[in-house]
Design a binder for this molecule. Structure first.
Ligand SMILES: [Fe+2]
Ligand SMILES: [Fe+2]
Length: 474
């Protein structure tokens, strides 16, 4: 196990010391990164002491250390999982050959593109979430937000390391551009659509961390199966950190659902809103919106790019090495629902061309497990309401179902019927204004905003009234 060197300017377990050119290049990028963080990171909290975890090893179980840190002083660094001895390319035309420790020339451009696209999402989410500290429903939640933010910053470091170490001048230019684009900016937007959407309220934040970070989990999982070994090792460690982001999202939505159900019970007319809560049906609309935006991120159901990435061994399926026996995916087919002449029908496509869809299906199964747990929570609260996931054809802007009038049950509707109902399925301007009206910061330790239930326990064995975020000392 390579221990992390914390003495150097950039903490790392990749022997950065031994490559002076690379070290100097990254040390030059570091102040630009800090400028970006100070400009675009959490607004108004850069001088606060935040109870954060920091990676101190890549050993499962004991990898993190907890303590108060001012965010700009967070020790962002470069941590790769250990090399697996004799690792082989898990899939595609090179399946079974030794993995690459250097970038294969013929895949240089696509590999760079894959890394840049993943990298771009990391700072984007920090930008999207930068105002949320001002309306955190508790110190516990504020701390979790900032934990997610600093780790997305570290994920950017993880990807920038690959760009600097393996892609020469092109890679360094890409690393600079990653600090120049801005989420939601008209001129220099982030690459993917979901990462340009505003994140103005905490219901959005929890849906985002539940569904959009979960897309990240599956993308990282597919890249952990890459034949380019440094990418695989980077992604494996990122997945360790990502688990907490998903926890924040899943439990955040669950706490809003519980509280919505509790407040509905307290109200004479069963109306959570009259009691200052978020009705379960309203939360459902946010879930619909973010689930659909997130499944768009997997790309088109039928994709030659996806086929090429798989064939090249750059990207695998979820748990490719572990869950599959056959790794070429040749002479195999996948049946897909398609639309022809305005009617829903189906067709078979070569499995390699359906690799985006394979990954999306793994994701959807995971999301269904989450919804099951939410419904258990609603049952525990004595509510008869239930959450459902919309069909993967509903409200799509990418892929073969894009912009077609599918309902949440996956049926193709007449356009006017769709238009009449869309306000029942997705957040309306009025819904958004209502949720925004609930957003006020609660900063007394142990206190919780009225619209969200308290979590079951605190962070790292601490109680709920622990001061997770402390204002700067006067
Ligand atoms: Fe990330
Ligand atoms: Fe994340």
């Amino acid at each position: 196990m390579a221990d992390i060197d914390y003495q150097s300017l950039i903490p790392n377990n990749v022997n950065l010391d031994s490559d002076k050119r690379l070290q100097r290049a990254l040390e030059k990028w570091q102040p630009a990164y800090l400028d970006w963080w100070n400009q675009m990171g959490p607004e108004s909290f850069q001088l606060h002491d935040v109870y954060l975890r920091t990676a101190v090893s890549t050993e499962p179980g004991g990898w993190a250390q907890f303590g108060y840190v001012k965010m700009p002083e967070y020790r962002w660094g470069i941590f790769l999982d250990d090399k697996v001895a004799d690792r082989r390319i898990p899939c595609g035309d090179h399946a079974g050959e030794p993995v690459w420790q250097e970038v294969p020339g013929e895949y240089r451009n696509v590999l760079r593109r894959i890394i840049v696209t993943q990298a771009d999402t990391e700072p984007a989410s920090v930008e999207q979430q930068r105002w949320l500290g001002m309306t955190a429903p508790s110190l516990y939640d504020m701390r979790n937000l900032f934990q997610v933010n600093v780790e997305e910053g570290r994920h950017l470091w993880a990807m920038v390391y690959l760009l600097h170490a393996y892609f020469g001048k092109d890679g360094r230019d890409e690393a600079d551009d990653l600090l120049a684009r801005r989420a939601g900016d008209a001129d220099k937007p982030r690459i993917l659509d979901a990462f340009n959407q505003p994140c103005p309220d905490w219901l959005t934040f929890f849906c985002f961390t539940c569904f959009t970070d979960r897309d990240g989990k599956y993308q990282l999982g597919a890249l952990a199966e890459s034949g380019f070994d440094p990418l695989s090792r980077t992604c494996r460690f990122m997945l360790t950190e990502e688990a907490h982001h998903l926890f924040v999202g899943e439990t955040g939505v669950e706490r809003i659902l519980r509280r919505g159900a509790q407040l509905a019970k307290l109200d004479r007319n069963g109306d959570a809103r009259a009691q200052g809560g978020v009705p379960v049906a309203m939360t459902q609309k946010w879930i619909n919106y973010w689930f659909c935006y997130s499944i768009d991120l997997f790309g088109s159901e039928i994709s030659t790019n996806a086929a090429d990435f798989f064939a090249a061994g750059l990207k695998g399926r979820w748990a490719e090495a572990k869950d599959y026996d056959e790794h070429t995916a040749l002479n195999q087919w996948h049946r897909l629902a398609t639309v022809e002449n305005g009617k829903l029908t189906s067709k078979e496509v070569p499995l390699r061309n359906a690799m985006n869809e394979m990954l999306r299906q793994s994701y959807i199964k995971d999301a269904e497990r989450v919804v099951k747990r939410w419904n258990q929570a609603l049952e525990e609260e004595g509510s008869s309401e239930r959450i459902t996931l919309p069909d993967s054809r509903f409200f799509r802007r990418q892929g073969i179902y894009a912009n077609l009038p599918f309902g949440p049950d996956g049926q193709l509707l007449a356009q006017d019927e769709y238009d009449r109902n869309i306000g029942n399925w997705l957040p309306s301007a009025e819904d958004r204004a209502y949720v925004t009206s609930l957003m006020h910061r609660v900063q007394e330790p142990g206190k919780m905003a009225n619209w969200i239930a308290a979590p079951k326990k605190g962070i790292h064995g601490n109680s709920m009234d622990f001061e997770y975020v402390k204002p700067p000392q006067a």
